[in-house]
Design a protein around this ligand. Structure first.
Ligand code: FES
Ligand SMILES: [Fe+2]
Length: 360
């Protein structure tokens, strides 16, 4: 979080009065979910990981994005490439999910081997014309672009313009060097809620006094505000003077459409991905990176992660409660706070716009 110097006047201005939430059906309906997978998760540029996970030739990151296994690998030529993690033989994942180093891309099922450009090189014991098979077989590619150390992918055949898709992100990160971080740890949290339920919770600080007592001790809630921009939203708040040294949340929080948050701490960052796994299930993927991962910083780095996990647990409990009621049939829409929920309004506008495109 930063001190609330940027644009306070804009944040004081209510975005609009009486803005209603999107309907409850959108949080559990299978057709709505399919439309969001198609238009948002398979159609847009998404932040996939931080480059620190891919330090050398053979480094890879593989996980499933809205039901589609994806891998990013660094080739012998140093280039990063993204592929669907789908073997062209009989559809196994080529690599098991996770991150690490693979000397070759050897499918875990029957051992077909692909090179880092996705071309099939060997089909052991195939018994037919292996050379011809290799010549006509390669992995399905995915678009990949970088913004500093942030790796973006787009699964659409014709990707939208990358620079335009970044919106205000480059401006929001100006003056923040994300490239000096080293990978420290990963954490995943399954949550029984729609992905939007969790994003919305991220998009407002309104709930902090009620459910995050630890975080609330550190921040000056009176100055807390969310400043939406083009395809991003930035949280801003002051820290309480007597907690400024203790608080780990002394950085910058930026949400990036559709499903990523960059939480910058004093000594590092958490790249937070909110990955839908079904209409009412989501996986949070946290990647913690710090400037110093040496033994001497172990206790401090762990403390940052412990604070993050405590806040996440508090959020997860509430999101799961909300999800039950979104599908329960009593609630349909509610009214958003002009003072505190302008970020939710901005997110809903983007979701509405994606559904409008889906219907065209
Ligand atoms: S499915 Fe990959 S080698 Fe058979
Ligand atoms: Fe929260």
């Amino acid at each position: 979080m930063t001190s609330p110097k940027a644009n306070p006047a804009a944040a004081e201005t209510p975005t609009s009065a009486n803005v209603e939430t999107i309907p409850a059906l959108w949080y559990h309906d299978a057709d709505m979910y399919e439309a969001e997978r198609e238009k948002i998760f398979f159609g847009e540029w998404l932040i996939f990981c931080h480059e620190a996970l891919l330090p050398e030739p053979g480094s890879y990151v593989a996980y499933t994005v809205a039901g589609r296994p994806v891998m990013v690998i660094r080739g012998k030529d140093g280039e990063l490439r993204a592929f669907h993690n789908v073997c062209r033989h009989r559809a196994s994942m080529v690599l098991r999910e996770g991150h690490g180093k693979a000397d070759v891309l050897r499918c875990i099922y029957h051992g077909w081997v692909y090179d880092s450009e996705g071309c099939l090189k060997k089909a052991p014991n195939f018994g037919g014309d292996e050379k011809s098979l290799c010549d006509r077989t390669s992995l399905f590619p995915i678009h990949l672009r970088m913004l500093g150390p942030l790796v973006f992918i787009c699964m659409a055949e014709n990707a939208p313009d990358f620079e335009a898709s970044l919106g205000d992100l480059p401006a929001a990160l100006a003056g923040t060097d994300l490239s000096g971080y080293k990978f420290y740890d990963m954490a995943t949290h399954p949550i029984a809620c729609n992905w939007k339920t969790y994003i919305e919770n991220y998009m407002e600080g309104y709930h902090i006094p009620a459910i995050h007592p630890g975080l609330n001790r550190d921040i000056d809630f009176a100055t807390y505000r969310v400043v939406p921009g083009d395809r991003i939203a930035r949280h801003e708040t002051g820290l309480r003077a007597d907690r400024a040294d203790e608080a780990v949340n002394n950085g910058l929080w930026v949400w990036v459409w559709p499903n990523c948050a960059l939480n910058i701490y004093k000594n590092g960052m958490n790249l937070e991905l909110v990955i839908p796994t079904g209409p009412e299930t989501t996986e949070l993927r946290y990647c913690y990176l710090f400037t110093d991962v040496s033994e001497s910083m172990e206790a401090e780095n762990r403390r940052t992660i412990d604070v993050s996990i405590e806040v996440t647990r508090e959020d997860i409990e509430l999101c799961e409660i909300v999800q039950k009621n979104l599908r329960g049939g009593i609630y349909d829409t509610g009214e958003l706070s002009p003072r505190h929920e302008n970020g939710v309004v901005a997110f809903h506008d983007m979701v509405r716009s994606a559904h409008k495109k889906a219907r065209l």
